[in-house]
Design a protein around this ligand. Structure first.
Ligand code: GLV
Ligand code: MN
Ligand code: MN
Length: 425
């Protein structure tokens, strides 16, 4: 670790950084009935476009060069003294959950931008280029699954994989992506990740913790060691719609009743006394969705996570059989639409984060991530890591999500030092 550059740490401007965060939060900002200020900024929406334009304006002023790839991943480049070297990549995502907060994702992008701006203002040259990336559709809120931009970048799935996925209004992902790219035709196109271009030298992503550990232990910086695995499924229970007042139970193929049986059986499959396993059913659609018609179709989602790949595979692979066995009158179709194995960040980036936190006198601890992140898909490509900062009560994916200006600035100072370190290796 090179000696700490005090002018670099001082160049991270807490007030300016917070102002940028709050300016971004206005794009999609809303106040919920409890008075919490949240953000609803779906990927590839007009609001997303506006947020990207705002960032592009700041980047231009700071002297960074913008480019965009065919998945809409947006890059801002700080040139290295040796431009041919593989860049250090940092960033996160700008889309939010529908009932989301002001920090999830967007902070990692603005932290990357502030860190690079600070490097430039402090006159800290780097041998390697540094690129700040805003990945397309991390949340999976409008188009499922999440992490489409980083998955395509990493060659995890072909770029056209999700073109036909529709949002609630029936608009296909491919169409919304084309509209975004058409509106950004003034931005130079770049090759798509390692599929068409060069792997980064390293990737580091800053993010709010989205859990309670750092706050509970009075820590300022989380040195993230890895990310647990996630699998997403969509389950269609197919029955028959009938008149609710006249159809005897014996003749019904009631999709809601069989969905309840299926979920009950899944709760048993996923039971974990140690409370490590995460199993969530959180989106349910019923057709025809009227109170006096038996449901002919019930569709529900499964979000299943575990840090141990053996458990992730064994229980995940058992889902379909457990559902089929639980049904009494209907049939089911189970489709897996996201599968991210647990990721281990190894030593290089976590050690750099830890060293930076230590040299800045910040209280820090190592911890894994329960949430998934784009970083997960960079692991096979290059040394990867994340920096967490505490958020209030660990709350995220909700308008009450909050991190203090001080917490964010501390994370960004660590990020700036880590970028300077990695980009001079
Ligand atoms: C990311 O938003 C996740 O659901 O973990
Ligand atoms: Mn996020
Ligand atoms: Mn999120």
């Amino acid at each position: 670790m090179p000696p700490i550059a005090p002018n670099l740490v001082a160049a991270v401007d807490q007030a300016r950084h917070w102002q940028d965060m709050m300016a971004m939060a206005e794009l999609g900002g809303f106040t919920d009935p409890d008075g919490h200020v949240g953000v609803n900024r779906p990927c590839l929406s007009d609001l997303d476009r506006q947020a990207r334009r705002l960032l592009l304006g700041w980047a231009e002023k700071a002297g960074l060069t913008a480019s965009v790839d065919r998945l809409g991943n947006l890059f801002l480049r700080h040139e290295g003294t040796d431009p041919g070297l593989a860049p250090v990549l940092t960033g996160s995502h700008m889309d939010s959950q529908p009932n989301g907060g002001r920090f999830d994702g967007i902070w990692g992008v603005i932290a990357g931008f502030e860190a690079v701006r600070a490097l430039r203002e402090a006159g800290v040259a780097t041998k390697r280029p540094i690129e700040v990336v805003a990945w397309t559709n991390e949340e999976g809120g409008r188009y499922a699954p999440g992490c489409m931009g980083s998955m395509a970048y990493a060659g995890f799935a072909p770029p056209e994989t999700w073109d036909g996925v529709t949002d609630r209004d029936g608009i296909p992902f491919g169409q919304a992506l084309k509209a975004l790219l058409d509106s950004e035709s003034d931005i130079p196109r770049r090759k798509l990740g390692v599929v068409e271009g060069q792997a980064p030298f390293a990737y580091v992503e800053a993010h709010i913790e989205q859990g309670p550990l750092l706050e509970a232990r009075d820590m300022e910086i989380g040195v993230v060691t890895g990310i647990q695995g996630s699998r997403w499924f969509i389950v269609d229970i197919m029955g028959k719609s009938d008149h609710a007042g006249t159809t005897p139970l014996a003749l019904r193929k009631d999709a809601v009743q069989d969905m309840l049986r299926a979920i009950q059986a899944l709760n048993t499959l996923m039971h974990d006394p140690a409370d490590v396993l995460r199993f969530t059913v959180a989106s349910i659609e019923v057709q025809p969705n009227t109170s006096n018609s038996v449901a002919g179709l019930a569709r529900f989602t499964i979000d299943f996570r575990h840090p141990d790949n053996a458990v992730l595979q064994a229980r995940g692979n058992a889902i379909e059989g457990v559902i089929q066995a639980a049904l009494r009158h209907c049939t089911a179709r189970v489709t897996e639409r996201f599968h991210a194995v647990p990721a281990d960040f190894g030593a290089l980036v976590p050690d750099a984060v830890e060293a930076a936190a230590k040299s800045q006198g910040l209280r820090h601890m190592r911890l894994p991530s329960g949430a998934f992140h784009d970083a997960q898909f960079l692991v096979p490509l290059c040394p990867t890591g994340m920096i967490f900062v505490p958020c209030r009560a660990g709350v995220s994916h909700h308008p009450s999500e909050y991190a203090t200006p001080e917490a964010l600035a501390a994370g960004t100072r660590v990020l700036a030092q880590v970028l300077a370190d990695l980009a001079n290796r």
